[in-house]
Design a protein around this ligand. Sequence first.
Ligand code: FRU
Length: 513
Amino acid sequence: MAHKLTILLFLLTMLYGCSKQNKIEPSSYLLSEQHRPVFHFTPDSMWMNDPNGMVFFKGEYHLFYQYYPDSTVWGPMHWGHAISKDMIKWTHMPIALYPDSLGYIFSGSVVIDWKNTSGFGKHGFPPMVAIFTHHNMDAEKAGRSDFQYQSIAYSIDKGRTWTKYDGNPVIPNPGNIRDFRDPKVIWHNESQKWIMVLAAKDKVKFYASTDLKKWSFESDFGINGDKRLWECPDLFPIIVEGSKEIKWVLVVSMQTGAPNGGTGTSYFVGNFDGHKFTNVNKNNAQQWLDFGTDNYAMVSWSDIPDTDGRRLMMGWMSNWQYAQKVPTKKWRSAMTLPREITLCYTASGSFKLRTKITKEFSSLRKDTINIELTNISDHEYILPLNQVGLYEIEMTFVKTNDIAFLLTSVENDSIKVGYQKTTNQWYIDRSISGKSDFYDGFAARHHTSSNVDSTIVSMQIIIDKASIEMITEDGMVAMTDIFFPKTDMSKIILMSTKPKLNIKSLTVHNIKG
Ligand code: FRU
């Protein structure tokens, strides 16, 4: 009997010990679909690409997006719709715009027509006006080259229902530009006009209007000799950090030639006089908003109130190289986290954008652990975590050594992110991160050079089951990658060649499911 009791006690102790060590919090996300992000926006089902028409109105952030409700691959485009109070928790809304006799509904923007210049408003209520590209598939199939043109639609019930303008299209195709799309419209206060920036093959075109219906061509902007396809432009003024100077940022997504391959979001910094954009960064004219492979068609929210004053952006967290093949079943693609963008003038004499994850995200933090640095005695240190797959890590360190986080799953898939001293590079290595046979070249290491001379640098990484967003050097470098582990990552090992000397602070947040 005593013998049996001892065995029972022993077993109980073992069980208690185990459960204490691997304290995994069961929550509903564990039961949800494989690879479905928890705190990134995904469509409830089916195919999604670019964010469209992001606008803030009466306390609601709107997100429209390229959506095909009948399949998990690209097809006849609609505008899906979601709203949020904080850009983090989203409510799905009915589809906003359906294809019609003029074509599929391609990417575009939404403005609040505060002065009712369009006349669509009623009873003093300003209309929301969507400006988008109609893509006429029949015309394309018939061999024509004028199958893309710009149209508008409006809503006078806070974006719940939309009416297409009966004078569409408002900008017909000039006749020979096959790629003529993705209008982004802003109100230009100085000239009291609406300005549209539009992607036209290998450049952008600017148009102006007083009523959103009649548009006049103003100018072109491009790079001499560039043959790449330009898409999803954006244009906004921004104050240079620590000054009163205003510069203009022209964002353009590129279909090829992103820093780590495939599609990516780039930008130029310069001046805009209401007619023409002039780039001022001479040596390094085209720069990148993100150095990972998975942040495309990133554009900014319109009509953020002056009292807030932030420039907020979000991108599509995929890459056209493999977006239609990624191993998710019920839906395809997610958006990045919303990001706040500022502009700084660097020591090397050029203007650069700085990226921060919006402060609203921090409301999802729970069980924050500030790691006692004296506990990190070895070159490898296992971070204390209490759930699977959803984490944020913040670290500051001295750039004198290699330093990395290795995330692993019970199936031994892994992803490694960090800083390499010999090359002075930041990297995300997803070469053995799980499923990758859907695209040759998915299993790869992505990297970019460090920008700053300062030796103490910051590094933040956010993991949401199948994605990693890394922001380093106080926002000067952003890298976003997706990955598909067979089971979610559950262990994180900090690896450093000199942990005692180079780590200055380390915080782990578990993120609410
Ligand atoms: C960018 C893009 C846009 C186009 C849309 C079509 O990803 O190719 O240029 O409007 O997707 O879905």
